[in-house]
Ligand binder design. Structure first.
Ligand SMILES: [Fe+2]
Length: 349
C-alpha cells in the first residue's frame, strides 16, 4: 500500500506541472479543494507553488453529499462550489487555479464564469486528477504528448465521421457533424482554458443522434466507473446514441445493467463522449497494481491507442444526467473519415 505523505519527488512533479503552466513568481494561485479531497494533493500543490514564489492560498469547500441517488463516479463535475459568488470571484481573480476537487471543474456549471475572469484577470485551470501522487509523478506532461494531442485534435475537428471496429465485433458509426471536439495534454499556459493532469487524449461530444452500431466490451477492456477489467464480453446495441440492448452474462454484464437501471433515466444510456488515448507513459495494466482508493483512472483514459467510449451527460446533445460510464477499449481500429488514426490499438504516427 502506498502512503499519502509529501515526498521530494512528488513536490518536484507538482513543481514541473506548475512551471509547464508558466507560473511565475508573484502570480496568484488558488488551490481549490473540498473536504473529501486527497489531503496530500493540496499539500503538494501548496509546497510546489511556494517553491516557485507564487502567492498561493488554499480554498477548501464542504463536499456535497446527495441522498436518494446511486453512488456517482467520474462525472467530471464537482458540485462543491454551489454557485457561491465569493468563491467564483476568488477563482476569477487568480492567474492559476490548481483544481484538487474530487471530480474536477471540467463540467461544473460554474466553469464558464470562472474561465471568463473578472475583466482584469482571466485564470487558467489545471485539474489534478484524484490519483495517488505516485501515479501523477509517473505521468508528467511532455513535449511529445503535447504535440501529438494537438495534431490529433486538429484532425478530429476537421473530420466529418469516426468509424470504430474491432476483432471482438465492435462496429460503430459516429457522425462528427456538430460535435464539440478537443484534447488535453496535462498543462495549459492560455488564460481562459482548463486542462487535466494526467493528460494525453482527444475526445468529441457528438451532437444528438450521431452514434449507431455495435459496441463490444471485450475481455480486458475496462469499466472505469467500477474500476474493473471486463472478464466476459458484453455486446451493446447503440441506436441514435442510446444503448438499446445489452447482451452478455456474468458479473460484468449484470453490474452494467444494474447501474444503468439505477439511474432510472433514459439519458444515462446515451453517448457522452468518444475519443482515444495518446499518452505513451500511461499503461493499460496499471489498474491491476493499485488499490481502488489510490486510483481515479485517468491513466486508463489516456493510454496510447485505447478507444474511449462514454455514456452519460453530453451538453452538445442537450442531455444531462449524473450517471456516467467510461470504457477504455483495447485493440480497436479508429478511422477519421478515410484515415486510420488508431490501427488495432496502436496510434498511427
Ligand atoms: Fe467520461
Amino acid at each position: 500500500m502506498l502512503q499519502e505523505r509529501t515526498e521530494p519527488a512528488w513536490i518536484d512533479a507538482f513543481e514541473a506541472v506548475l512551471r509547464r503552466c508558466a507560473l511565475q513568481p508573484g502570480d496568484t494561485v488558488a488551490i481549490l479543494g473540498e473536504t473529501q479531497s486527497r489531503p496530500v494533493l493540496l499539500e503538494l500543490a501548496r509546497l510546489a507553488a511556494a517553491r516557485i514564489g507564487a502567492d498561493a492560498f488554499t480554498l477548501t469547500l464542504p463536499s456535497v453529499f446527495t441522498r436518494g441517488e446511486p453512488v456517482t463516479r467520474s462525472t467530471g463535475a464537482t458540485p462543491a462550489i454551489q454557485q457561491l459568488g465569493p468563491v467564483i470571484a476568488a477563482l476569477q481573480a487568480c492567474t492559476l487555479v490548481v483544481d484538487c476537487t474530487v471530480e474536477g471543474l471540467m463540467h461544473a456549471p460554474e466553469l464558464p464564469a470562472i474561465l471568463q475572469g473578472n475583466g482584469t484577470t482571466q485564470p487558467r485551470i489545471v485539474y489534478v486528477s484524484n490519483e495517488h501522487p505516485e501515479a501523477l509523478a509517473r505521468l508528467l506532461p511532455d513535449d511529445a504528448t503535447e504535440a501529438r494531442v494537438k495534431a490529433h485534435v486538429k484532425h478530429l475537428r476537421g473530420a466529418k465521421a469516426m468509424r470504430v471496429t474491432s476483432p471482438a465485433g465492435t462496429d460503430l458509426s459516429i457522425s462528427l457533424q456538430g460535435a464539440v471536439a478537443g484534447g488535453n495534454w496535462g498543462s495549459t499556459t492560455r488564460p481562459g482554458t482548463l486542462t487535466h493532469w494526467p493528460g494525453g487524449l482527444v475526445l468529441a461530444f457528438p451532437a444528438a443522434g450521431s452514434v449507431n452500431g455495435t459496441l463490444v466490451l471485450a475481455e480486458g477492456d475496462v469499466n472505469l466507473t467500477f474500476k474493473r477489467y471486463i472478464e466476459r464480453a458484453i455486446t451493446l446495441t447503440i441506436e441514435h446514441d442510446y444503448v438499446t440492448h445489452i447482451e452478455g452474462g456474468g458479473v460484468d454484464a449484470e453490474l452494467l445493467r444494474s447501474y444503468f437501471a439505477a439511474w432510472n433515466e433514459q439519458e444515462a444510456y446515451a453517448v457522452s463522449h468518444v475519443g482515444y488515448g495518446l499518452c505513451d507513459a500511461a499503461r493499460w495494466d496499471s489498474m491491476a497494481l493499485y488499490d481502488k482508493r489510490d486510483f481515479n483512472g485517468t491513466e486508463l483514459r489516456a493510454f496510447a491507442g485505447n478507444f474511449l467510449y462514454s455514456t452519460g451527460a453530453n451538453e452538445t446533445a442537450g442531455r444531462y444526467t449524473r450517471g456516467h460510464f467510461d470504457w477504455p477499449m483495447r485493440g480497436c481500429t479508429v478511422m477519421l473519415d478515410e484515415t486510420v488514426v488508431v490501427d488495432a490499438g496502436k496510434v498511427v504516427a
